[in-house]
Design a protein around this ligand. Structure first.
Ligand code: PMP
Length: 361
């Protein structure tokens, strides 16, 4: 790792042992004399890789047997289309809860396919950003599904409470929070996540979908986005992103060796606590999210004197702390501290922030 910590929101850093293993077996995988990325997706050795990755993910998240795990293309945005195409029949509507910029983008895409009921759950409480409690969302009991984004990557807003939808399927965009803390999969109809944060490299998208939600795709659904077809073909209707699938498998194995999701959740809590505590005690940095909705994965913060932003970023980079600029739509800074970011990385960031504060106040 050479003392460099990458705080990019995605594609994000991957665990160093995973990268080292991938490098070691890059050109000669398991003595076959070829790379795993050169194998047919239908070959026996690749199918073993694929099945093992799926099983490890199932173990890590305790995925019940009546759920399918799909390895798809198209990223989170592909799912913004796939969800309504597969779950929103003509004549019905879907509830979309907006808590930040990604859930808003999901609304924009879904609106191309049907009637979308938008629930604006963003609220300001004494100048801090917060989320309206689910019991005040006024969900439609007749909705085809409820869509929400538990962790808003850009805004740094995370909802830990799983909303009660009284039988209406709950669809969650978990792109930036999957595998970071324990979840009860059985509470969801569909969970989806682009891989490039907590799963592996970009190019792969995971979908976890309950059996009874298959078989409802519109006739016009592109085959590549059709959940039922994807499930029937074991995610191999077309050529899947095989190398990303393999790497995701290595990430799942790594997670298992460090103690699985409960263990990584503890470390994620420690990392987030350390960073927020430092920001809160400082008069130089600030974060505007109400405590209980602060993301453990994406920590946005602002310098009170924004004229120092460029100097902060340049000096951070020179100190080996990369990609700390906030999303272009919100400015400021953002430290993305997914599973692969060790506590040492967060401590290095805090040490740098302290020094920068002392030198500039
Ligand atoms: N949803 C969330 C929560 C995200 O963070 C992102 C990407 N940062 C997306 C959707 C879009 O993902 P993609 O770029 O893979 O389409």
């Amino acid at each position: 790792m050479s003392g460099v910590y990458n705080f990019c929101a995605g594609p994000a850093m991957l665990p160093t042992p995973v990268m080292a293993k991938a490098q070691k077996e890059l050109v000669n995988w398991q003595g076959l004399g070829v790379s795993v990325m050169e194998l047919s997706h239908r070959s026996k050795p690749f199918i073993e890789v694929a099945n093992k990755a799926e099983q490890d993910l199932r173990d890590l998240l305790n995925v019940p047997d009546n759920y399918n795990v799909l390895f798809c293309h198209g990223g989170g945005r592909g799912q913004f289309s796939a969800v309504p195409l597969n779950l929103l029949p003509k004549g019905k509507s879907a509830d979309y809860v907006v808590t930040g910029s990604w859930s808003k983008s999901a609304v924009a895409e879904a609106s191309n396919y049907g009637d979308i009921n938008v629930i604006d759950a963003n609220v300001d409480i004494e100048g801090k950003k917060s989320v309206l409690p689910p019991k005040e969302w006024h969900l439609d009991p007749e909705a085809a599904y409820v869509h929400y984004c538990p962790n808003e990557t850009v805004d740094g807003i995370e909802m830990f409470e799983i909303p009660e939808t009284n039988g209406v399927p709950l669809v969650a965009d978990m792109s930036s929070t999957i595998l970071s803390h324990e979840i009860d999969v059985s509470k969801f109809g569909v969970i989806y996540a682009g891989a490039q944060k907590n799963i592996g490299p970009s190019g792969l998208t995971l979908v976890i979908i309950r059996d009874d939600l298959l078989g409802h795709a519109r006739k016009t659904t592109p085959a590549i986005l059709d959940y039922t077809l994807t499930a029937e073909k074991d995610s191999m209707f077309n050529t899947p992103p095989t190398y990303a699938w393999y790497l995701a498998g290595l990430v799942f194995q790594w997670l298992k060796t460090i103690g699985g999701v409960p263990e990584v959740e503890k470390i994620n809590q420690q990392k987030a606590d350390a960073l927020y505590q430092f920001i809160d005690q400082s008069n130089f940095y600030t974060n505007h999210i109400q405590d209980e909705f602060r993301s453990r994965m994406n920590v946005p913060f602002w310098l009170k004197d924004e004229s120092l932003n460029q100097a902060f970023l340049a000096q951070a980079e020179a100190s080996g702390l990369l990609a700390l600029a906030g999303h272009r739509s919100v400015g400021g800074m953002r430290a993305s501290i997914y599973n692969a970011m060790p506590l040492e990385g967060v401590n290095a960031l805090i040490t740098f922030m302290k020094r920068f504060e002392q030198e500039n106040s």
